[in-house]
Design a protein around this ligand. Structure first.
Ligand SMILES: *Cc1c(COP(=O)(O)O)cnc(C)c1O
Length: 359
């Protein structure tokens, strides 16, 4: 028998969440963001589940874009970091990929490229995140050079928000973007999940939701996924493989970071950090055992973690089902307890965990 851990992926939830994005997007088109192997969910099955519903796919990996084309996906594909070397441009032309151009060296490469077809291009503006994109003072130069380039079919303008999920919001960055974009009559694309859900005036012509498609809230401390009508796509589940009784004073796991204050019953779950469960999740991280929410105890090990069975029925024994995150135990709650975000939990799902696809 295989080890009882598995990740259950519910593609109907992915399509449902895309429908939520569609409602918020209004007339805007949707780039479904599928970078990082569709946030750990599997690029091809996720893309297949969405291809009938979405308008395009956005990612950062050229190999991923090739895999989408090989799988017969003909929709537009946006490469959010563009190309990394000029040598990739013929492949962009061949596969009709849309590069996001963020640096002058990329403009140079495009101007000099001899491509058999013209490419639609996204021009990225830096409005305050200070990672990628042209500053407003360089922007006009980049735009003019691309406008004159032989191999550019169309131009769209994009920027990325640093605080769409935070108190600061997007007003300042959107103002900086508008100062440059308004009056140019070019399509615009600015909203990630948080901006799409929180600031509907930011939708523009295309939106770029990622995390919401996978059923997590982009700002879980303010609104839960359920409140946003989002459903978990990934459920990481396992089983109790042992149950034991502790005496007062017994310690649990490496370093004995948890000590029983009174006699208690604990369960051992076949799931550890080598499965992608965060090692830094502290005692008290929520875990669903036999349909009841309880807590983890002590340190997470490579293959195992321990859970508190004190408040559960004595019938909860070896073989009882455990949900590490997903249905009944939101990934956002686990992530918050572990001091991270659901994005990181999903992306960390380890290759050794078997995947079961439903719907
Ligand atoms: C990852 C990414 C997104 C999607 O962000 P979410 O917070 O997952 O919605 C949108 N735009 C860019 C440029 C990205 O890199």
């Amino acid at each position: 028998m295989p080890r009882p851990i598995r990740a259950r992926l519910d593609w109907s939830a992915l399509r449902h969440n895309h429908g939520v994005a569609r409602r918020h997007a209004g007339k805007a088109n949707i780039w479904s963001v599928v970078k990082a192997d569709a946030y750990g969910h599997g690029l091809l099955p996720a893309a297949r589940a969405l291809m009938g519903a979405t308008d395009g796919f956005a990612l950062v990996e050229l190999e991923g874009a090739m895999a989408l084309r090989d799988a017969g996906i003909n929709q537009p594909i946006l490469l959010l970091e563009g190309f990394y070397q000029a040598e990739e441009l013929p492949l962009f032309a061949d596969l009709a990929l849309v590069p996001a151009i963020h640096s002058m060296w990329q403009v140079d490469a495009l101007v000099e490229a001899r491509l058999p077809v013209r490419l639609p291009v996204y021009l990225k503006l830096n409005t305050g995140m200070n990672r990628l994109g042209f500053n407003p003072d360089e922007f006009a130069t980049a735009l003019a050079r691309l406008d004159a380039a032989d191999c550019v079919a169309s131009l769209s303008l994009m920027t990325h928000f640093a605080d769409a999920d935070e108190e600061r919001g997007i007003a300042e960055q959107l103002t900086a973007f508008r100062a440059v974009a308004d009056g140019r009559r070019l399509p615009i694309c600015v909203a990630n999940s948080a901006a799409l859900l929180r600031f509907e005036y930011s939708t523009g012509d295309w939106v770029r939701p990622g995390i919401m498609l996978y059923g997590s809230s982009p700002y879980p401390s303010v609104q839960s996924a359920a409140e946003l009508d989002l459903r978990p796509v990934m459920t990481l589940e396992s089983e109790l493989i042992a149950v034991r009784e502790l005496k007062a004073g017994d310690r649990i796991g490496y370093g004995g970071s948890f000590t029983a204050e009174e006699p208690m019953r604990i369960g051992i779950v076949a799931c550890g950090y080598a499965d992608g469960y965060p090692r830094h999740a502290p005692t008290g991280t929520p875990v669903l055992v036999a349909g009841r929410l309880t807590r983890t105890l002590g340190r997470v090990s490579m293959d195992k973690l321990c859970v508190d069975l004190s408040d559960l029925l004595p019938s909860v024994d070896v073989g009882a089902p455990v949900v590490l995150w997903g249905e009944g135990n939101p990934a956002d709650d686990v992530a918050t307890a572990a001091g991270t975000v659901a994005y990181e939990l999903f992306c960390a799902l380890a290759p050794r965990v078997p995947v079961i696809e439903v719907n």
